[in-house]
Write a protein that binds this ligand. Structure first.
Ligand code: ADP
Ligand code: MG
Length: 575
């Protein structure tokens, strides 16, 4: 009994039409979705030359009999929907019956498959059907050994040279593929996934028992256990989430994942709901990490909006927004102390008022609890330099007949940035136990690609395979920095932006070095905390800053200091 039918014309016309095959990664996505819909428990993906030469996806799912396998190459041939009403209750990832037809039209495709998993009474067949098609035309149908389904796509866009030309560098296309596989693997923790590229295994994930275990497999336990885990339900919506706590923000959006009904999705409404949950605790230019697994009644969400199903539409947008926002806000309560918007501290670190005076260094500091919304100030005479700590990373000093406000974080960034670029001037630090860092496959590849430059900067990193890196030594000013976060930030900025706007060509070496130095400098630099900085440190910083080539701005172009001269001050007071 064939399961696959050609959709009636009226229904064909109701489906968001358009090109589904934009690049190798879109082929991988469609083939993975088919394997997932076929109830596979293991999927193997092999890629050669960024998918331009070969994309092979093998599964152990329900497969197809000969009749179905032939019809599957037709446009609008699907076993997943039958009538219009099904469009409003989609339970499978695919439903358009377009993918195999569109992919085979622009490649040389070989499909081998055997039916069998369907019914427990049917023996799994090992002799199946093999079909070869070139440019969408079936050339050969024959019997062949097969278990589950294997689709091989060779020479993508061989017959559409204009589209082939549009493809980006191998590096970029590889990253897109890794991104697609990573997202699908997170979405389907029950399925084992293996990805290899040009013979190198990049991912080998056994079946997991939960979303959390899948995240452990991909990102490493240390990274995941720091996240706040929460789960809630409201009527027709359910969410399980793993999100940054109040001190764990990133400089990029690489670690943000949304899944709706086990489908990787990008949705600005939901992202916005997450950001809003952090309120003032989220500093400007910082981004939360989040993994949201959302389940919504399929009748209340429409996936038939975009040809590649990139977008979704909710029947009740504001209900979804409020649900996500409220659930996460509840989870974050108690985890974040809302300060005056400048400083984040974990709940247990609010110091009571401390007044200390010690004779030996003549330091005299006053700390006040941040949560009281009072600005922090500090008078420190230890370095013969009175200054006022204004809070965040700002200190004010009076010199040369004027007032100078220094952003000591930006100043430190500038100093370290120039030191890194000048080489040889960086004391290094070798921890007793080398740090193991696990990154997702895309970030891992980028770090490996740039390992030499990192070495040059004193970050000595070794490859341990399967996404794990070992940090042997690092510049001493990185002691105490979150190395995982640093490497992930570096990966997000180089050389092919992951999950963001991408650079077509790898950046020229010089600008790659500069971008890297800026990232490292940013992580190394003293961060805004709830304590007034040591006066001697400030004095040393000022000295180093005055020796810098470009002392006035940090590597990102933000000012390191603002000076208001006595004359200007007088003017302000209309004197
Ligand atoms: P859709 O997934 O939208 O139905 P496709 O063109 O991707 O359309 O696939 C057409 C049909 O071929 C599917 O509906 C399914 O019945 C069958 N099929 C495709 N890939 C597989 C696979 N890996 N295992 C079993 N059946 C498959
Ligand atoms: Mg499909």
């Amino acid at each position: 009994m064939p399961r696959i039918k050609i959709l009636p014309l009226a229904l064909q016309n109701k489906i968001a039409a358009g090109e589904v095959v934009e690049r190798p990664a879109s082929v991988v996505k469609e083939l993975l979705e088919n394997s997932i819909d076929a109830e596979s428990t293991r999927i193997d993906i092999d890629i050669s030359r960024a998918g331009k030469k070969l994309i092979r996806v093998s599964d152990n799912g329900i497969g197809m009999d000969k009749e179905d396998a032939v019809i599957a190459f037709e446009r609008h041939a699907t076993s997943k929907i039958k009538e219009e009403a099904d469009l409003f209750n989609i339970q499978t990832l695919g439903f358009r019956g377009e993918a195999l037809a569109s992919i085979s039209a622009v490649s040389k495709m070989r499909l081998s498959t055997s039916a069998g998993k369907d019914s427990p009474n049917v023996e799994r067949q090992t002799i199946g059907t093999c079909i070869e098609a070139v440019g969408g035309e079936i050339r050969e149908v024959k019997a062949c050994p097969a278990i589950g389904t294997t689709v091989e796509v060779r020479d993508l866009f061989f017959n559409t040279p204009a589209r082939r030309k549009f493809l980006k560098s191998d590096n970029t296309e590889d990253h897109q593929i890794i991104d697609v596989v990573t997202r699908e693997a997170i979405a389907q923790y029950k399925i084992a996934f293996a990805l290899s590229m040009d013979g190198q295994t990049l991912m080998d994930l056994p079946k997991a028992s939960s979303e959390k275990e899948r995240l452990f497999q991909i990102f490493g336990k240390e990274f995941v256990v720091q996240l706040i885990e929460t789960e809630s339900e409201y009527g027709w919506m359910h969410v399980k989430a793993f999100i940054s706590n109040g001190a764990q923000f990133r400089g990029n959006k690489a670690n943000q994942f949304i899944f709706i009904n086990n489908r990787p999705a990008r949705d600005s409404l939901i992202s916005h709901a997450v950001y809003k949950s952090y309120g003032d605790a989220l500093p400007r230019d910082r981004h939360p990490i989040f993994f949201l697994f959302i389940q919504i009644d399929p009748e209340l969400v429409d996936f038939n909006v975009h040809p590649t199903k990139k977008e979704v539409r909710f029947a009740d947008k504001s209900a979804v927004f409020n649900f996500i926002n409220h659930s996460l806000e509840q989870a974050l309560k108690g985890e974040i102390h809302y300060s005056d918007g400048l400083i984040n501290i974990p709940a247990d670190k609010g110091d009571p008022v401390v007044i200390s005076a010690s004779n030996d260094d003549l330091s005299y500091t006053v700390h006040q609890e941040i949560a009281e919304h009072t600005p922090l100030y500090c008078l420190d005479y230890s370095a013969n330099m009175p200054y006022i700590y204004l809070g965040d990373t700002l200190v004010a000093i009076v010199d040369k007949g004027g007032l100078t406000i220094i952003d000591y974080h930006a100043a430190h960034e500038r100093i370290n940035y120039e030191r890194l670029l000048k080489k040889g001037d960086i004391p290094s630090y070798t921890p007793l136990f080398p740090q193991n860092i696990r990154l997702d496959p895309a970030q891992y590849r980028i770090i490996l690609d740039n390992i030499e430059i990192l070495n040059e900067f004193g970050l000595v990193i070794e490859d341990f395979g399967y996404g794990t890196l070992i940090v042997r030594s690092m510049p001493s000013f990185l002691d105490g920095a979150d190395i995982n976060s640093l490497l992930s930030d570096i990966a997000a900025s180089l050389p092919c932006r992951y999950g963001q706007e991408e650079l077509d060509m790898p950046a020229p070496l010089d600008s790659a070095r500069k971008a890297l130095a800026a990232k490292i400098a940013c992580h190394s630099s003293i961060r805004g905390g709830n304590e007034a900085p040591d006066g001697r440190r400030i004095a040393a910083l000022l000295k180093d800053l005055s020796a810098a080539d470009f002392p006035n701005t940090c590597p990102h172009g933000r000012p390191t200091k603002i000076t208001i001269s006595m004359n200007e001050l007088k003017k302000m007071f209309k004197k």
